[in-house]
Ligand binder design. Structure first.
Ligand SMILES: [Zn+2]
Length: 383
């Protein structure tokens, strides 16, 4: 069988030239089908068994599982195929046209993280004619930048199965075994408006919000006393009161107010537990029968992530990269793989400083060393 696929550079050119923007704004949101079809075709040529799995009700948003070899162990090299939207006027070159300047490859997704796939394929090429004891799986997900719907669908399907996973998000080639989670929440308080001259004519939502905020800050302090992880630059869980809207006039009793805040929990703080505690505490802080308090998440949120420092995957990645495993401040799909019982690290060639920015690039000097690290991981967990 002819096992020729385009060169690493040509692959990245084609991936970057296939727009796959994820956005909460439906006018900007696109599918990723073209990207996974390209990957699937190349991997099939190399002998992988390729499955495309569209998300329910969204035929243009597709996960891809490509498997070489069989067994219930093995290694997953995982990445998302969508990108964030781009600021057209701020790019020096066309974001969808891969361009080399100053020993860098510029293009939307070059570092976050279409660029990971050609490197994973390059590493995989060294193994296609070798008898694998355990499978090598290349996994491409949809919709990481917005809903994480791709990763959620995989957890629901319980697929793929493997012993280890490497998520190739930009970490500057340093292994990452921890990140915080994130949740964004809203508190809506409804009272009754009325003339300000007589408080009995209404029920003041702003005053109730004052009690709710007091309780939130108290709870934040308790969490920060209870949880501390020196492996993070900010070692405590954070809560930020981000915006508040309510009322309309100084001489009217405020009838409605809404607060939005985020929480960034440490590993060991499950979102469901935090939400149960928030719900209980907010309702007990605002117990006036003329006031209605509603507390609700603005999106599902992402769990914090931690992989045991002593696990073999971490040890092997530390040895191959020459860096000890650390933490990052951004969220990834890693907790979803952990959820499926897979040992997981985040490790990729790009830098997060270039992600979500105009003139995103991948440094040419990263390519060979990262391919070597991936070859080392495949040899360890699949041969
Ligand atoms: Zn990313």
């Amino acid at each position: 069988m002819d096992k020729t696929v385009p060169s690493l550079r040509q692959q990245l050119e084609q991936l970057v030239a296939s727009p796959s923007v994820s956005a909460t704004d439906p006018k900007l949101d696109m599918g990723n089908r073209r990207v996974v079809e390209l990957l699937g075709a190349w991997l099939e040529t190399l002998g992988f068994n390729v499955e495309l799995m569209p998300l329910e009700g969204q035929p243009d948003k597709v996960n891809m599982i490509a498997t070489l070899g069989t067994g219930d162990g093995g290694l997953i090299l995982a990445g998302h195929t969508d990108t964030v939207p781009y600021d057209d006027g701020l790019w020096q070159s066309d974001p969808f046209k891969l361009e080399e300047r100053d020993n860098r490859l510029y293009g939307l997704g070059s570092t976050d993280m279409k660029g990971f796939f050609p490197l994973a394929i390059e590493a995989a090429k060294s193994f296609v004619d070798k008898p694998l004891q355990q499978p090598l799986i290349i996994l491409a997900t949809a919709d990481e930048e917005t809903s994480m719907a791709g990763a959620r669908a995989l957890v629901e399907a319980g697929r793929p199965k493997a012993r280890c996973a490497v998520v190739g998000e930009p970490t500057g080639m340093k292994p990452i075994r921890m990140h915080k989670g994130v949740m964004m929440e809203a508190v809506r308080i409804t009272g009754h408006s009325g003339h300000s001259s007589n408080p009995a004519l209404g029920a003041n939502a702003l005053e109730a919000m004052h009690s709710a905020i007091g309780e939130l800050l108290k709870l934040r302090g308790e969490w920060q006393n209870r949880y501390n992880n020196p492996g993070f630059a900010v070692p405590v869980p954070t809560m930020n009161l981000g915006c508040i809207h309510g009322g309309d006039n100084p001489n009217r009793i405020c009838g409605f107010a809404e607060l939005q805040f985020d929480v960034r929990p440490l590993p060991g703080m499950a979102l469901a537990d935090l939400r149960a505690e928030l719900d209980r505490r907010l309702h007990s802080a605002v117990s006036d029968e003329k006031i209605r308090l509603e507390y609700a998440p603005l999106f599902l949120g992402t769990e914090a992530f931690e992989q045991d420092a002593q696990s073999e995957l971490v040890k092997v990645a530390e040895k191959l990269t020459g860096h000890s495993a650390g933490s990052v401040a951004f969220g990834t799909e890693a907790p979803y793989f952990k959820d499926m019982g897979i040992d997981t690290i985040v490790l990729g060639p790009g830098d997060i400083d270039q992600a979500h920015q105009p003139d995103e690039y991948l440094g040419l000097e990263r390519i060979e060393p990262m391919v070597d690290v991936l070859r080392g991981l495949i040899a360890k967990f699949c041969l």
